[in-house]
Design a protein around this ligand. Structure first.
Ligand code: ADP
Ligand code: MG
Ligand code: MG
Length: 200
């Protein structure tokens, strides 16, 4: 990935979370505090603004900056989690711009290290794990095919959170009543990978 593609990805995510802000907020209103759409919109709009005045010539620098901006601008749980994801991805790409599959894996590892969620806990991890696995499996076929596979896997993973009972984050306070709603963070992870696939 080069700097231009990384910038295009962040811009596409910002546009997508804006287009889906109401949906993300409604999902979070059902099992959380109703701010997920607002949180991500603020964070990715701030990332786009920060990148506009940031002269980076590598995807690694662009995505690290994106992550740092998300951490500083988003108050909710998702800010530090997505911020860590993009920072770890950016750091990997700074060492090797071609190591996108490894970078996604490093991003996932950072999210798990910070949030301690396991698959099945009804969080963004339920979309992230299948997306990262699908990307790695399809990587030999090239970026476009791998990103498309990852996007499909993330969407399936997000949909599969609906019947689950949350064991991490605010939704876990609801206990059994968290079942029956798709997790907002898993839903936004699907948007992030759909935006990636849209670049191919
Ligand atoms: P907050 O819950 O602080 O208001 P957001 O609404 O922005 O933050 O984000 C909520 C989402 O964050 C959840 O839907 C879930 O996917 C994700 N999340 C919360 N806690 C964790 C965690 N410990 N690990 C992974 N993801 C988490
Ligand atoms: Mg919330
Ligand atoms: Mg909140």
């Amino acid at each position: 990935m080069d700097a231009a593609l990384a910038r295009a990805w962040v811009a596409a995510v910002a546009a997508s979370v804006t287009a889906h802000a109401a949906e993300l907020t409604d999902l979070d209103a059902a099992i959380g505090d109703g701010d997920h759409g607002v949180n991500l919109r603020r964070g990715f709009d701030a990332a786009v603004a920060a990148l506009a005045s940031f002269e980076a010539d590598s995807a690694g620098a662009v995505l690290t900056k994106t992550g740092t901006t998300l951490v500083s601008k988003v108050g909710g749980a998702s800010g530090p989690l997505y911020g860590s994801f993009f920072r770890a991805l950016g750091k990997t790409l700074s060492d090797d711009p071609d190591a996108f599959a490894d970078g996604l894996r490093a991003g996932l590892d950072a999210v798990v290290r910070l949030g301690k969620a396991e698959p099945g806990d009804k969080t963004m991890v339920d979309a992230l794990v299948p997306a990262v696995d699908a990307y790695a499996a399809a990587a030999p076929s090239g970026f476009a095919a791998a990103a498309t596979a990852a996007a499909g896997a993330a969407a399936d993973g997000a949909a599969a959170t609906t019947p689950l009972q949350a064991r991490k984050g605010r939704a876990s306070y609801l206990g059994e009543r968290s079942a029956g709603h798709q997790d907002p963070g898993a839903t936004s992870t699907a948007l992030i990978f759909a935006a990636l696939a849209g670049l191919g």
